[in-house]
Design a binder for this molecule. Structure first.
Ligand code: SF4
Length: 213
């Protein structure tokens, strides 16, 4: 049995994937989750490919380790919900989340925050500490082990609050307009350089709330 606790869905809870978007770029998060903008690029298509196997709920036993794919997660105390790509259950029953990512290891914390948030859900669901997990990058085909220390846990909590505040105010964050935009599929809709170059456009945009359009 996975858990004796009932997994409920709660619409106000923050999606695990939204944390990744927000830490990567708050404006990317807002475009996706407030304006429902989505565009594919080579990186998102690669991501779809990488997730093909793990997006179907299934479980199997591999070398004595139970492996669950596409596992629904929730944390009521942290107000989080979402899906884990893979959760391996160690011999003593401790969950070990593994998140699949297209491309190579990112310098930023975005992927680690998403993984740590999964661990925080698993801790609540299975009543036991989850101290490590792994990010699997398709480019290197290697796992990067992530320790869920106080810093990354605090970043999860702060990001949940920032996401909820953005959803409440519905004010579009400023574009980061840096190297992150080169990999971002939303650059056409976002026009980050123009908004940086012509701050009056940014001021005009920040002046209205999305629900007033
Ligand atoms: S193009 Fe840049 S500023 Fe705009 S959403 Fe993407 S990363 Fe953020």
């Amino acid at each position: 049995m996975l858990s004796s606790k009932i997994v409920e869905t709660t619409d106000d809870y923050v999606m695990l994937s939204a944390l990744q978007h927000f830490v990567y770029c708050p404006r990317q998060f807002a475009l996706i989750h407030l304006e429902q903008v989505w565009q594919e690029n080579i990186y998102t298509l690669r991501g779809l490919r990488v997730h093909e196997r793990v997006d179907t709920p299934s479980h199997e036993l591999i070398a004595g380790v139970r492996v669950e794919r596409s596992l629904a997660l929730i944390s009521h105390s942290h107000q989080l919900r979402g899906i884990a790509d893979v959760v391996e259950f160690l011999a003593d029953g401790t969950p070990y989340p593994v998140e699949y990512k297209a491309g190579s290891r990112k310098a930023k914390d975005a992927d680690a925050v998403q993984l740590c948030a999964q661990a925080m859900c698993l801790e609540e669901m299975f009543d036991r500490p989850v101290t490590t997990g792994a990010l699997f990058y398709s480019a290197s085909k290697r796992r990067r082990v992530v320790e869920f220390d106080l810093r990354i846990r605090s970043l999860v909590t702060a990001t949940v609050q920032a996401v909820q505040a953005t959803l409440q105010t519905q004010i579009m964050p400023q574009p980061v307009a840096d190297a992150r935009c080169d990999d971002c599929s939303l650059s056409e809709a976002c026009v980050p350089q123009s908004l940086k170059k012509f701050p009056q456009l940014w001021d005009a945009q920040a002046a209205f709330r999305i629900d007033e359009i």
